[in-house]
Design a binder for this molecule. Structure first.
Ligand code: COI
Length: 459
């Protein structure tokens, strides 16, 4: 190899110990490292990542195409009058759209300094995405219902394989935080998480539509169109989440699952407002948000009142307007701010500069546990509270955005779920007293469906 390549190899080798940041221009050195098996000393965990990290011919062809944005209204209306021909069309849309969207994210990862890809967890995510991209782009056109069933199997398996993406990504990006400016890190993470929700919505919606067509259920007998529940009951969702959380034992250390149990109660939840609110939404998204917000409210209330037996209740207010459903969760848990958190929006950040807890050992430890665990620790909220819909084969295929251990994903993910279809999530801390969280979710098929404002999912 030419001397300059050897020089670069040495530079990359010293990267992890010196903590210096190098950009993608180190490419020849990385390939050189691989050939000479110099990867181990420099800490590159997965050498195969290095091999194809810049193999871009196929990737470029897909990444240069724009993603086709969908409105939720389209998802509902397209799904409502499903027949064989439409189902095959939907299958081929998912087959051709997902590799484009995955290619965009692979490109995004390549644009980060190479030091990021060497962090624990990141190579795994890159590999999962590369493999999924490669498999989707080679998948042949779907022409029959039988072929569609096989395609659903294929997609359901990928959904399962990708269960560990979020904790791995979060772990790797926390470890990368010292090498990235906060804005860059946060916008990268936001794109990764939003786009993951989009891909899973498309994939799960298609699988659910297939199940509905295969079971010959007419749309009039169903509560769901694909993964969208057409009349989702907000109060019922709050009650279910609250009941589930109230049954959990309280660990007085709370951050540690080994902490001693206490018999202390959890707070009650008082629901007020428009009690009969029902709207068309993705059940798992609403349940995730409500569960996380109640979980935080419960914990804060418990910690603020350690010796009280009857805790101040958590208030949940539901209000439906023409175009939105709003939810406010108020607790008396003392507020949000602390030496680590200077502004409530810092809780959404993945950078240790804005949110020092990102590099705390307990947080990293919890992320490591979740990253390497299987089903038990990675159940979804809907799975935990028992509302998950079976997939095409009568099985549940949970998304592992883990709501249980304190991995620091609950609030950022709730914010992303709330904003995904154009809603919002705002935190107001009354320091020393409590927190109010305001969530606004757009109605997908309300007034706006007849008028001007379409609810567009982010891609
Ligand atoms: C993900 O869960 O990260 C995905 O990209 C899912 C997709 C491969 C179906």
């Amino acid at each position: 190899s030419p001397p300059h390549t050897r020089q670069l190899a040495r530079t990359v080798c010293s990267r992890t110990t010196s903590g210096r940041v190098y950009s993608a221009t180190a490419r020849p050195a990385i390939l050189y490292l691989h050939e000479l098996h110099l990867c181990r000393p420099c800490g590159v965990r997965d050498v195969s990542t290095a091999v194809h990290f810049y193999q871009n011919r196929q990737l470029e062809a897909f990444a240069s195409k724009p993603a086709t944005r969908l409105t939720l209204r389209q998802l509902v209306f397209f799904g409502k009058s499903m027949n064989e021909e439409r189902l095959i069309k939907s299958a081929n849309y998912v087959r051709t759209e997902l590799p484009i969207r995955i290619a965009h994210r692979l490109r995004d990862m390549q644009a980060l300094p190479y030091v990021v890809v060497t962090q624990e967890g990141i190579a795994k995510v890159y590999e999962l995405y590369w493999n999924a991209f490669d498999k989707f782009r080679r998948y042949p056109q779907i022409n029959t219902l039988q072929e569609n069933n096989a395609f659903c199997d294929f997609v359901a398996n990928l959904l399962k394989d990708h269960k560990s993406v979020i904790p791995n990504l979060s772990l790797g990006m926390s470890l990368s935080s010292p090498y990235l400016l906060p804005d860059r890190l946060d916008s990268f993470m936001r794109r990764m998480l939003v786009s993951r929700i989009s891909r899973r919505v498309l994939a799960e919606h298609h699988i659910a539509l297939t199940r509905q067509v295969n079971s010959h259920e007419g749309s009039h007998v169903r509560d769901n169109v694909g993964i969208i529940t057409t009349a989702l009951d907000v109060k019922e969702c709050i009650v279910r989440c609250a009941r589930f959380l109230q049954q959990r034992p309280y660990h007085s250390g709370e951050d540690s699952l080994d902490a001693p149990l206490s018999n202390a109660p959890w707070p009650e939840v008082e629901i007020e407002g428009h009690m009969n609110t029902k709207f068309a939404y993705i059940r798992e998204h609403l349940e995730y948000i409500v569960f996380e917000l109640l979980k935080n409210a419960f914990r804060a209330t418990r910690l603020k009142h350690p010796t009280t037996q009857v805790l101040p209740p958590v208030h949940a207010t539901v209000v439906a307007s023409d175009n939105n459903v709003c939810l406010r969760i108020s607790d008396q848990g003392g507020g949000l701010l602390s030496p680590e958190i200077k502004s409530p929006s810092d809780l959404f950040s993945f950078s240790h500069v804005r949110n020092a807890t990102r590099l705390e050992d307990t947080r990293l430890g919890a992320l490591r546990t979740v990253s390497s665990s299987t089903r038990g620790m990675t159940a979804t909220v809907s799975e935990q509270i028992g509302t998950l819909q079976p997939d095409a084969h009568g099985e549940i295929s949970p998304d592992p955005v883990d709501p249980y251990p304190r991995i620091g994903m609950g609030l950022p993910m709730s914010n992303i779920y709330a904003t995904y279809f154009g809603g919002s999530l705002d935190l107001v801390s009354m320091d020393g007293y409590g927190t109010d969280v305001f969530v606004r979710l757009p109605k997908l098929v309300g007034h706006q469906s007849r008028g001007h404002r379409a609810v567009v999912a982010q891609s």
